[in-house]
Design a protein around this ligand. Structure first.
Ligand code: SAM
Length: 326
C-alpha cells in the first residue's frame, strides 16, 4: 500500500505548480489579521535533500525546480498569457533560447516561489527542498495554526523530527492519521478561516473518490473554507473525471472555483528504436483545483503559467490551462 515516497519526486514540475499556487493562495489569505488554520491532509516528510539518494535516483527535480532556477540565468521566450478555458497554444520548446533582450520579467507568483526556495538555500541553488509543511510554516504568523497529516510510518517519523527542530510548540500538530478520515475534525476552526491542501499520492485509484468525498464533507462542515486539490493528469478515467466532478460540486454548492494545469511533455508511450523497449514518459502534467480561491490568484497564475510551460516544457506538447467559475 505504501510504496509512494515523496522524496523521489520532491521539486519536480508537479511540486513547482503546486507550491507556486500554494504560496500565492496563502499569502493572500495572510493579508487579513485574523488567525488562519492550514490543514495539510497529505503532508509528506516536510523537507527533502535534492542531492540525496532518493532525489538523485529519480532525477525529477532536474526537470522541475532545478530547471526553473537554471532558466533564470538563461532567459526564455515570453509567451502571451491566456485566461481562457481552452488549452493554450503549445509552448515553444524550452531548449529554444530567446535573445536576452526578449526576456520577460519573471511573473510575481514564480518570483515569490523562488524567493521561498532561496530562503531555505541562502547560498543559492536548491539542495534543500521544502515540502508543503515547511513552505506553509515559513509563511505563517505566530497566531496561525498548521495541522499536518501523514500516514506513512517512516515519513511520519521524519516529518515529526523535522517539525520538532522548528520548536514551533502548539502552532503545529503532526498527526500520524488518515488525512481523509479525520482532517475534517479541524473544520471549521475557531477563527473560521482555513486553507485545506489535499495532496494524496493517488497510489491507489480509490484516492480520487476519497478526495471527492472529503471535499464534499469539508464543504458541508465549513462552506467558506478554501480547498486546494492537486491531481496528476494521466490517462486514467478517474484522473480525467476528478476536476470535472470538483467543478460540479463547487457549482452546485454556489462556490467559486479555479482550475490550473501545467503540461510539460507528451503523455505518449513510445518504443526505443534501437532496443525496441517501451518507454513510459513519466508524469507529463498535473493540475490544481481550488474551491473558494482568493480573487487575486487568477491574474497571478495567468502571468505565471505561460512562463512555467515555457521554462519547464520538454517538448512541443508543453502547455497550460487556466479557468475559473462561480
Ligand atoms: N504535500 C506534500 C508536499 O507538497 O510536500 C507531498 C505529499 S505526497 C504527494 C503524499 C503523502 O501522503 C505521502 O507522503 C504519503 O505517505 C501520504 N499518505 C498517503 N495516504 C495518506 C492518508 N490516507 N492520509 C495521510 N497521508 C497519506
Amino acid at each position: 500500500m505504501f510504496s509512494y515516497r515523496h522524496a523521489f519526486h520532491a521539486g519536480n514540475h508537479a511540486d513547482v505548480l503546486k507550491h507556486t499556487v500554494l504560496i500565492a493562495t496563502l499569502e493572500h489569505m495572510l493579508e487579513k489579521d485574523a488567525a488562519l488554520t492550514v490543514v495539510d491532509t497529505h503532508a509528506g516528510a516536510g523537507l527533502y535533500r535534492l542531492d540525496g539518494d532518493y532525489a538523485g535516483t529519480s532525477g525529477e527535480a532536474a526537470e522541475g525546480i532545478l530547471r526553473l532556477l537554471a532558466s533564470k540565468k538563461a532567459p526564455a521566450a515570453p509567451t502571451a498569457p491566456t485566461t481562457s478555458a481552452a488549452p493554450a497554444p503549445a509552448a515553444k520548446s524550452a531548449s529554444k533560447k530567446a535573445a536576452p533582450e526578449a526576456e520577460a520579467p519573471l511573473a510575481d507568483a514564480i518570483a515569490r516561489y523562488l524567493e521561498v526556495i532561496h530562503d531555505f538555500n541562502p547560498n543559492g541553488g536548491a539542495r534543500v527542498y521544502p515540502g508543503s509543511p515547511f513552505i506553509v510554516q515559513h509563511l505563517l504568523r505566530d497566531h496561525d495554526k498548521l495541522k499536518l497529516f501523514e500516514l506513512h510510518p517512516t515519513d511520519g517519523r521524519t516529518l515529526s523530527a523535522n517539525i520538532a527542530q522548528l520548536e514551533a510548540g502548539r502552532q503545529i500538530s503532526v498527526l500520524n492519521e488518515d488525512g481523509f478520515g479525520s482532517a475534517t475534525k479541524f473544520l471549521p476552526p475557531p477563527s473560521r478561516r482555513a486553507l485545506v491542501l489535499m495532496d494524496p499520492s493517488y497510489e491507489m485509484k480509490t484516492d480520487y473518490g476519497r478526495v471527492l468525498d472529503f471535499a464534499a464533507e469539508a464543504l458541508k462542515r465549513f462552506a467558506t473554507g478554501t480547498y486546494a486539490v492537486w491531481y496528476p493528469i494521466i490517462p486514467r478515467p478517474e484522473a480525467h473525471d476528478l476536476p470535472r466532478r470538483l467543478k460540479t460540486m463547487a457549482t452546485k454548492s454556489g462556490k467559486s472555483w479555479l482550475h490550473a494545469t501545467l503540461t510539460v511533455k507528451s503523455s505518449k508511450i513510445t518504443k526505443d528504436a534501437a532496443s525496441g523497449e517501451t518507454q513510459r514518459p513519466g508524469l507529463p502534467a498535473s493540475g490544481m483545483f481550488l474551491i473558494n480561491p482568493p480573487y487575486t490568484l487568477k491574474p497571478l497564475l495567468a502571468a505565471a503559467l505561460p512562463q512555467l510551460a515555457e521554462r519547464l516544457g520538454q517538448d512541443r506538447n508543453a502547455t497550460f490551462s487556466l479557468e475559473s467559475g462561480g
